[in-house]
Design a protein around this ligand. Structure first.
Ligand SMILES: *[C@@H]1O[C@H](CO)[C@@H](O)[C@H](O)[C@H]1NC(C)=O
Ligand SMILES: *[C@@H]1O[C@H](CO)[C@@H](O)[C@H](O)[C@H]1NC(C)=O
Ligand SMILES: CC(=O)N[C@H]1CO[C@H](CO)[C@@H](O)[C@@H]1O
Length: 426
C-alpha cells in the first residue's frame, strides 16, 4: 500500500468516529443513541390537548420527519392507540405548565425508526385496549426513550419484542402494569436493547423479562410480584446480557428472588447487583454472589459484552440515589403519580402495591397536569424569542429553526436539548 493511500486511510479513520459521534441528543447512550429523529424535517406544534385533528399529538406523529414541540401542557386523553411514524422527535420537555401526560390508551412505535422520545408520560389505564401494551415496539430500528414515564399497561407496560434493532430506554419509569397481567415488559430481541438508570416498579412480573442481546445497567427494580423481577429468558434461543450495578429492592408484593427462570442458554455478565430482600424500611442490601445459584442458573460469563454502555457507571447504591432523584418525566416537573411511585421506593420495602385499576390507586388516576403558558415565539418556529436573541438567531425568521448549526444538530434541537441536562449519572 502506498504511503499516500495509507495516510488517507488514517485520516478517514480518524474522521469517521467524529462523523458518527452526533448522538440523538447530548446524553443519549446505548444501542439507540444514533437515532436521528426529525433532524432533516420540519417543526410541528402541538397546540391542543384534543385526541385528534390539526394540532393534536396524534396528527403530529402521523407523518414522518418531524420535531414535535408542545405549545400546551396538560393531559391528552386518547381513545384509540396512537401510531408513531418514522423519524419523529417528541420533545416533551418543551411543554409549558406541568408537561404532557397521554392517558387512556397506548402507543405503537413499531417501525417508528429513528424515534427520539423525551420527557413525556404514557399512562394507558383500564380504558385502553384489552390485551395491548402501554408502549409497544414489534419491529423497527434506532429508537431512544429518555425520561419517559410509562404506567398502567393492560398487557405489558413497555414491550419490545420481535425484529427490533438498537433501542435504548434510559432514565425512565416503567411501572404498575395493571392486573391481571401486571407486567413491566418483555424486552426480547436479538439486535440490541439498552436499559440504563430506569425504575421498574409495582409490576407482578417481567421487571423486565429479557431475551436476546441486552444491556441492563444502573437500574432500580422495586416491589416486583410473584411472577418475578429480572426474568432471564426461560425458553429456547440464546441470550447475551450484561447485568451490571443494578439494585433490586423487595416490597410488600415481593415473594420471589430478584432473578428467576434462567438457564444455560442465558449468558450473562453479572457484576455488583445489589439485593435488599428484607422489607425493613431501610436500604441495606448487599451485592449478590457471582454464582449461578444467585442468578437463577443463568450461564455466567467472565467478560462483559462489548455493548455501548453508560458514560458514567454508578455503584448500585449511588444509582438508587440518582435514579430516584432524576428518573421519569421530571421536566418541567414530576407529576403526582411519579412522586407517589418514588416515595414508595423510599419506604424501602414497606409501601407499594400492584393495582388493577388506576382509579383505585392512591393517585386516583392520572391527576391534574397544569396547562401553563408557552414563551413568546414571534416567528412561530418553536424557538422562543428570548433564546433566539441570546443565541444569534433571528426571532422574526422561522426558517432558522431547521437549519443545521455548527454542532451538527438543527437549531431547534440545540434549543430543546438545552432545556434539560446533557449528562447522566453522578
Ligand atoms: C382528560 O380526562 C381527565 C379525567 O380522566 C379530565 O380531568 C381532563 O380534564 C381531561 N382532559 C381533557 C383535555 O379533556
Ligand atoms: C445497530 O447499531 C450498530 C452499531 O451499534 C450498527 O452496526 C448496526 O448496523 C445497527 N443496526 C441497524 C439495523 O441499524
Ligand atoms: C403477586 C402479586 O404481587 N400480584 C400483584 C400484581 O399486580 C396486581 C396489580 O397490578 C396486584 O393486585 C397483585 O396482587
Amino acid at each position: 500500500m502506498g504511503l499516500l493511500k495509507l495516510l488517507t486511510l488514517v485520516v478517514l479513520a480518524s474522521l469517521a468516529p467524529e462523523a458518527s459521534a452526533l448522538f440523538a441528543f447530548p446524553g443519549a447512550e446505548g444501542f439507540g443513541r444514533d437515532a436521528v429523529g426529525g433532524r432533516t424535517g420540519s417543526v410541528y406544534h402541538v397546540t391542543t390537548l384534543a385526541d385528534s385533528g390539526t394540532g393534536s399529538l396524534r396528527d403530529a406523529v402521523s407523518k414522518s420527519n418531524r420535531i414535535v414541540v408542545f405549545d400546551v401542557g396538560g393531559t391528552i386523553n386518547i381513545t384509540d392507540r396512537i401510531v408513531v411514524s418514522k423519524n419523529i422527535y417528541i420533545a416533551g420537555q418543551t411543554a409549558p405548565g406541568g408537561g404532557i401526560t397521554v392517558y387512556g390508551n397506548g402507543l405503537s412505535f413499531s417501525n417508528a425508526d429513528n424515534a427520539i422520545v423525551r420527557y413525556i408520560r404514557f399512562r394507558m389505564g383500564k380504558g385502553g385496549d384489552s390485551g395491548k401494551d402501554g408502549v409497544t415496539i414489534a419491529e423497527g430500528k434506532n429508537m431512544i426513550f429518555d425520561h419517559v414515564s410509562a404506567t398502567w399497561g393492560r398487557d405489558e407496560t413497555f414491550s419490545i419484542s420481535g425484529d427490533v434493532y438498537n433501542v435504548t430506554i434510559q432514565n425512565s419509569i416503567i411501572g404498575q402494569g395493571l392486573e391481571t397481567h401486571s407486567c413491566g415488559g418483555l424486552i426480547q430481541t436479538d439486535y440490541g436493547v439498552s436499559l440504563f438508570r430506569n425504575l421498574y416498579i409495582d409490576n407482578k412480573t417481567r421487571n423486565p423479562k429479557v431475551k436476546g442481546k441486552n444491556d441492563f445497567q444502573n437500574n432500580v427494580v422495586y416491589n416486583w410480584g410473584g411472577g418475578g423481577g429480572y426474568i432471564a429468558g426461560d425458553s429456547d434461543g440464546q441470550s447475551y446480557a450484561n447485568v451490571i450495578n443494578n439494585y433490586f429492592i423487595s416490597g410488600p408484593s415481593t415473594g420471589v428472588t430478584a432473578f428467576t427462570r434462567g438457564n444455560a442458554n442465558f449468558h450473562g455478565y453479572v457484576s455488583q447487583n445489589y439485593y435488599d430482600s428484607n422489607k425493613n424500611g431501610a436500604l441495606d442490601g448487599s451485592a449478590l454472589c457471582v454464582k449461578t445459584s444467585c442468578y437463577s442458573d443463568m450461564d455466567i460469563v467472565s467478560t462483559p459484552y462489548a455493548y455501548p454502555g453508560p458514560t458514567t457507571l454508578m455503584t448500585a447504591p449511588n444509582a438508587v440515589t440518582w435514579v430516584l432523584a432524576n428518573v421519569g418525566a421530571n421536566f418541567p416537573s414530576r407529576d403526582g403519580v411519579d412522586k407517589r411511585l418514588v416515595s414508595e421506593v423510599q419506604s424501602w420495602g414497606t409501601s407499594g402495591q400492584l393495582i388493577s385499576d388506576e382509579k383505585a390507586s392512591p393517585m386516583n388516576g392520572p391527576g391534574y397536569i397544569a396547562g401553563g403558558t408557552k414563551p413568546t415565539d414571534t416567528d412561530g418556529d418553536g424557538i422562543p424569542d428570548a433564546w433566539e436573541k441570546a443565541n444569534g438567531l433571528n426571532y422574526q425568521d422561522a426558517s432558522d429553526a431547521m437549519k443545521i448549526s455548527s454542532s451538527g444538530y438543527a437549531n431547534i434541537e440545540v434549543y430543546v436539548n438545552s432545556l434539560v441536562p446533557s449528562t447522566n449519572g453522578a
